[in-house]
Design a protein around this ligand. Structure first.
Ligand code: PAF
Length: 284
């Protein structure tokens, strides 16, 4: 049966008993407001280790001053029920002061500089330092053998892999493919911000990624032309595009001739929701 703990001491005590018994631990960090995508991460975690831990913590350090930290949906009771139903062993749901006992500006931080400054990092300059700091802290608290992240946040996944490599965390990082609605919209807690009308418009983001992928596969190689055309299509579909960029999948650098393992990244506003998505394209 799932147990919920709120302090680092309780978390460590529980996990210590498993470690002493030689049991591997898989970890799924989340900010709560769970949907099928998150549940799928826990299902994958359960395949990877006999013991599973998830965290729910809306991390203020990864939100900019004008972003949705205060209004981010907090649905702990419902989340807890869903996690219990999927067979999670331990939920860590700390209070703010348990994680940040001092003002955020006075806390040590972990940064992966270059990768954090591109794509989403351009319009969200402090976001990824906030993510890497909380994930590093959670890794030190849970000490998992393996941690699971969704591929919808592909840039986050690449940055966390780099942090783990550069700082020698003994944690295997596993990415899980994006879960989508039947019309292609990637599941996200922020989809809840969409009005009924915007929800009908929202699948155009994924449709534009797919159309661009088809053009790449058909031989079009001028990324700037494809990116500009995609932004125009998104605007026509009612979005305010933040960026639309074709990059190398693993390094996130701009592709040069001969690169075949590509990924298309998009972020766009629809009403008050900032939606992100990405799609892999492997060229012949
Ligand atoms: O992907 C998320 O939900 C968050 O960025 C994470 C990894 C839980 C860190 O707060």
């Amino acid at each position: 049966m799932q147990k919920t703990v709120h302090t680092i001491a309780e978390l460590r005590a529980r996990i210590a008993t498993w470690k002493q018994a030689g049991e591997r631990v898989a970890f799924v960090p989340t900010m709560g407001n769970l949907h099928r995508g998150h549940i799928h991460l826990v299902e994958r975690a359960r395949e990877l280790a006999p013991r599973t831990v998830a965290s729910i913590f809306v991390n203020p350090m990864q939100f900019g001053a004008n972003e949705d930290y205060a209004g981010y949906p907090r649905t702990l009771e419902d989340d807890s029920r869903q996690l219990e139903a999927v067979g999670l062993d331990l939920l860590f749901a700390p209070k703010l002061t348990e994680i940040y006992p001092r003002p955020l500006t006075d806390m040590a931080q972990v940064t992966v500089p270059e990768l954090s400054a591109i794509l989403c990092g351009v319009s969200r300059p402090i976001h990824f330092s906030g993510v890497t700091t909380i994930v590093a802290k959670l890794f030190n608290m849970v000490q998992p053998d393996v941690a699971v992240f969704g591929e919808k946040d592909w840039q986050q996944l690449v940055i966390i892999r780099r942090m783990v490599a550069d700082l020698d965390f003994p944690v295997e990082i596993v990415g899980v493919p994006t879960v989508r609605e039947s019309d292609g919209l990637a599941l996200s807690s922020r989809n809840g911000y969409l009005s009924a009308e915007e929800r009908v418009m929202a699948p155009a983001l994924y449709a534009t990624l797919r159309a661009t992928a088809e053009q790449l596969r058909a031989g079009e190689r001028d990324c700037s032309v494809l990116e500009a055309a995609a932004k125009t299509q998104l605007e026509a579909a009612g979005f305010r595009p933040d960026y639309f960029e074709i990059r190398c999948s693993d390094t996130l650098r701009k592709p040069t001739p001969g690169d075949v393992d590509l990924r298309i990244f998009a972020a766009a506003w629809l009403g008050r929701a900032r939606l992100i998505d990405n799609l892999a394209v492997v060229l012949d």
